[in-house]
Design a protein around this ligand. Structure first.
Ligand code: ADQ
Length: 475
């Protein structure tokens, strides 16, 4: 066993919670990445003298552990080949499409798998080196599914939790993976495996029974060595109060007004905000909107669609193809339907600070979230959190995890364009009372189940996990 380190809590994630930036004096520095995970985990990290292990992006090689804003960060390096084979390849060319209902075709390449094993091994070794005797290690997401098992073999004293942020697919799809058994065994190194939805946990337990042959009962897996592994759902959330406060600030209110003015003060603003990803259903939603104009339900003077799509994974071919397709579609729609100074779709590729996101949410009458499959979808929850006057409408795909909690949204099947058109139109035409009734209920849900509650629930369950014998981390 390697000698134990000093951290009582180790977070292991593909990415560090910071991005590389160039400071005013031209030297390289860091900035906290926008995102809920940092907000959720930061207080727990601070309370437990924790460290965060992850890749800062890029291929810089001589990175040392550092403190940023009071957080202890341990950067993992990645070679150009690993970025290609582990990150773009196995993580985003194999697992991402496979775990999202095969919306795009997953590719299976043996050299990608080899890189995945190698990177997982390095991350596990680093966590083993940093964790104190009996510490808690919380491993995140699909890029690191082998870490729990490797880590357990290096450090049997640890309490290990794993959380999957994306859906865990049904057996019928997971079965395609040539390395299906290794992935299942990798995850079984954890004491607790957390999923967004109950369905994911059930898929996992069923696969373990069928493919690995372990005994299972409800949400528990019994291993031959006497250990038990629990699989359960912990739906992730957002810093709801933080978003609401931001939305209430005068600056954000003013900015929201400016945005509406800049759009030409249309009667209604539709909004979509996504990473530019083929799982998000951007193409179909824009088509549905444009057909409503063509069918004469409204005009470009009445309504505009603002679509923010941050480019993502640009080296992966399927993402380039998608970007071209959407560029072309927006060009067509605006060419055919727009008027001078009044495009039907206002299309933006930028990434924005949280404040600007809040202003966009405030400026939007109808938020449109239509993924073909999504683990949760935080955008839907963020929109709800900013609507403190119980106004605004949410059109939400049934296939987003968020649809389980946000039942009062206008729920749609994103494969059904006519169904989507009807829902968009209903949300557009709904009266104030109807919108208010729905939003009020959704706001209650989002404010109650915030990201702090999510982290607490996971860590409490991990502390109670049977078979774990380490120290308990304070949520
Ligand atoms: P994502 O697929 O990235 O997350 P999502 O849950 O919507 O999807 O989170 C996106 C986050 O990025 C939101 O917090 C949003 O505000 C932010 N964002 C989006 N566009 C932005 C822009 N242009 N500028 C700035 N910020 C932007 C994965 C899973 C989800 C799951 C989350 C968390 O795919 O299903 O909800 O992890 O577990």
């Amino acid at each position: 066993m390697p000698s134990a380190g000093t951290a009582d809590l180790v977070i292991v994630a593909n990415r560090l919670p910071v991005d590389r930036v160039t400071l005013a004096d031209g030297s390289p520095g860091w900035r906290t990445s926008p995102g809920g995970l940092v907000t959720a985990i930061e207080p727990v990290l601070r309370a437990n003298d924790g460290v965060w292990v992850g890749w800062p992006g890029g291929t810089e090689q001589d990175l040392q552990p550092f403190e940023f804003d009071g957080l202890s960060l341990v950067p993992m390096t990645m070679s150009a080949e690993e970025v290609k084979d582990f990150y773009e390849g196995f993580s985003n060319g194999t697992l991402w499409p496979l775990y999202h209902d095969v919306v795009a075709k997953p590719e299976f390449h043996r050299e990608w798998w080899d890189a995945y094993v190698g990177v997982n091994q390095r991350f596990a070794e680093k966590a083993a080196e940093l964790a104190s005797e009996g510490a808690t290690v919380w491993v995140h997401d699909y890029q690191l599914q082998l870490v729990p098992q490797i880590l357990r073999s290096l450090r049997p004293d640890l309490r290990i939790g794993f959380y999957l942020h994306i859906p865990f697919p049904p057996a019928e799809l997971f079965q395609q993976l040539p390395w299906r058994r290794q992935i299942l065994e990798g995850l079984l190194g954890a004491d607790l495996v957390g999923f967004q939805m109950n369905g994911g946990a059930q898929n996992f337990v069923r696969l373990v029974r069928q493919r690995v042959g372990h005994k299972t009962h409800r949400d528990l897996v019994y291993l031959p060595d006497g250990r038990t592994v629990k699989a359960a759902a912990f739906p992730i959330s957002i810093d709801a109060k933080g978003f609401e406060e931001l939305a209430r600030s005068e600056r954000v209110e003013k900015r929201a007004e400016t945005i509406r003015d800049a759009l030409g003060s249309p009667r209604k603003v539709f909004l979509g905000v996504d990473r530019l990803d083929y799982t998000k259903g951007i193409y179909a939603r824009l088509r549905a909107f444009s057909e409503l104009i063509i069918d004469g339900h409204f005009d470009v003077e009445d309504a505009v669609f603002v679509q923010v799509a941050t480019p993502s994974r640009e080296q992966v071919e399927q993402y380039r193809i998608l970007r071209d397709e959407i560029d072309r579609l927006v060009g067509h729609i605006n060419g055919d339907l727009g008027r001078i100074g009044r495009p039907a779709i206002s299309y933006l590729h930028s990434s924005y600070p949280r404040e600007e996101m809040a202003a966009l949410y405030r400026a939007a009458d109808i938020m449109v979230v239509t993924p073909y499959r999504d683990g949760m979808n935080l955008v839907a929850k963020e929109y709800v959190a900013t609507r403190y006057e119980d106004d605004g409408a949410l059109v939400l795909s049934e296939f987003a995890g968020a649809a389980d909690e946000l039942r009062q949204a206008w729920l749609v099947n994103p494969y059904d364009i006519n169904g989507m058109k009807s829902a968009l139109l209903e949300a557009y035409a709904a009266d104030e009372r109807e919108r208010g009734r729905r939003m009020k209920a959704m706001r209650k849900t989002v404010l109650q189940h915030d990201v702090a509650a999510w982290a607490d629930a996971f860590l409490l369950e991990l502390a109670a996990a049977r078979g774990a014998h380490g120290k308990t981390v304070r949520p």
